[in-house]
Design a protein around this ligand. Structure first.
Ligand SMILES: Cc1cc2nc3c(=O)[nH]c(=O)nc-3n(C[C@H](O)[C@H](O)[C@H](O)COP(=O)(O)OP(=O)(O)OC[C@H]3O[C@@H](n4cnc5c(N)ncnc54)[C@H](O)[C@@H]3O)c2cc1C
Length: 441
């Protein structure tokens, strides 16, 4: 039976640190603050892990990561192992490995190039031949296009529907206060310093604020007069009925990505396939995102519709008005049914054990993306008291405990275990300034 979070009736008047957002990042931040004895309060507008953090595929991987993220991911993996031991429920954490198949020589070259780049990190990634990958995963041996695979045996996965809820209960056990159904409308500042959050139920004072709001982070910051080049894209996934054989490793090919599930089925989706619903911020950040759009053009769909004027596009409200966060308690986009049919076809071709499988459930999720697809973690220059932990760019479930711990360390003035320089928001501030000065010439 699903265990429940404790719910306090009254908001505290103050806390040491206020966390905005109850996804994997915010919950991990609250957990590590609480573990170090810091009174933390977390506000979630809907329910814990209602958005991306329960809708993802559940892959926890070092494989394929940007090198800038690897040290933090290595730490995050260790934290996942500890969390899986400490929570009060089985979150289906398994170190079953991650395999990326290569179906063309070009893909094989990319996998090999990544492996060469990460040589110094001491991780156990290695190349497999086509025959080794097919035998290990139980693939269709007549599948003509497998040239080889990149495999990391120590990579893992967990069940997102349970993991973050269980982490939230663990954070409560360590003393964190967690409120669901309480939106933060904005920041409270005195003499330029952030020293509280204005919630829909009133002001809560604090020494610092961590914004871990996923796709809503940019919207909240814009209302505060701050800019963040972050956009949201819509992805789709499904789970199947039980299959005749479940591989230990999760694996991905061009047409389908497959994670074994404890219920005997698999979670199925296609990497990179997403839809972008245009919002006004896309124009403001157009040049920052152009390289990413060019690289992904073939697998991304662009749509211009009502969402342009929707809550994610809203710019301004006052603290006594309902915010977009109260308008959308849980972002629940519809999945792309046509895409998922195609994914199922591709998966059945690759993985014969899916022959009899049917789709049992499908869902959509909105992903927060940064132009360089790595997160923003740390302070905002000129806004003392505010820390960001956002922009996980589609791979923050695995990284989440590491990000939460890093921002918790920063919020309390401690030196983070890993170097945070690559995640600083200033990387965009610098680019924006140089673009503006180029334009002025
Ligand atoms: C289909 C899909 C597949 C994915 N697969 C993987 C995968 O296999 N592996 C992986 O590592 N990652 C994956 N991801 C990405 C991963 O899920 C995210 O990077 C991660 O969950 C982000 O966590 P978060 O805490 O930053 O954001 P979220 O989980 O989005 O949480 C943010 C929370 O903040 C709340 N909030 C926002 N604003 C406010 C406010 N003002 N007041 C109160 N609450 C607020 C929201 O309601 C939300 O619950 C996938 C994502 C999707 C959608």
């Amino acid at each position: 039976m699903q265990r429940q979070l404790k719910h306090d009736a009254d908001l505290p008047e103050r806390a040491s640190v206020a966390v905005i957002g109850g996804g994997v990042v915010g919950v991990a931040a609250a957990l590590y603050l609480a573990k170090s004895g810091i009174p933390a309060v977390l506000f979630e507008k809907g329910r814990i892990a209602g958005e991306q953090s329960s809708r993802n595929w559940g892959w926890i991987r070092k494989q394929g990561r940007d090198v800038a993220e690897l040290p933090l991911m290595i730490e995050a993996e260790q934290l996942w192992r500890e969390i899986a031991e400490e929570v009060d429920e089985d979150i289906d954490y398994r170190q079953g490995g991650v395999t990326y198949l290569a179906q063309t020589e070009a893909e094989l070259g990319l996998r090999e190039a990544w492996l060469a780049k990460v040589k110094g990190f001491g991780i156990d990634s290695r190349m497999l031949s086509s025959a080794e990958a097919s035998a290990m995963l139980g693939l269709n041996t007549h599948q003509p296009h497998i040239k080889g695979a990149l495999y990391t045996p120590s990579d893992s996965y967990a069940e997102p529907r349970r993991a973050v809820q269980a982490m939230a209960r663990l954070a409560q056990r360590h003393g964190a206060q967690i409120f669901e159904g309480v939106a933060v409308r904005g920041l409270h500042r005195e003499a330029g310093r952030v020293c509280g959050v204005v919630t829909e139920r009133g002001l809560v004072r604090c020494d610092s604020v961590i914004l871990a709001g996923g796709i809503w982070s940019r919207t909240l910051l814009e209302n505060e007069g701050l800019s963040l080049p972050q956009l949201a894209i819509r992805a789709s996934a499904m789970r199947t009925s039980a299959v005749s054989h479940v591989s230990t490793s999760t694996f991905g090919a061009t047409g389908a990505s497959i994670r074994p599930r404890a219920d005997g089925g698999v979670t199925l989706a296609r990497a990179g396939a997403a839809r972008f619903d245009l919002v006004p911020a896309a124009f403001q950040h157009f040049s920052a995102f152009l390289p990413l759009v060019q690289a992904r053009w073939q697998i991304m769909k662009l749509r211009v519709g009502r969402s342009f004027f929707g809550p994610l596009g809203r710019h301004r409200w006052t603290m006594d008005q309902a915010s977009p966060f109260e308008e959308v308690r849980v972002m629940d986009p519809s999945p792309d049914a046509r895409l998922l049919e195609d994914v199922m076809r591709a998966a059945k071709k690759l993985y014969p054990h899916l022959a009899e499988a049917r789709m049992v459930e499908s869902w959509g999720g909105m992903i927060d993306v940064m132009p360089d697809e790595i997160p923003v973690i740390g302070p905002v220059s000129g806004v003392p008291g505010l820390m960001l932990a956002t922009g996980m760019s589609g791979h923050g479930f695995g990284l989440g405990p590491g990000v939460g711990k890093m921002v918790a360390e920063m919020a309390t003035g401690a030196r983070p275990q890993n170097d945070s320089a690559a995640f600083s928001k200033t990387r965009f501030d610098r680019k924006a300034r140089s673009a503006a000065s180029q334009a002025a010439l």
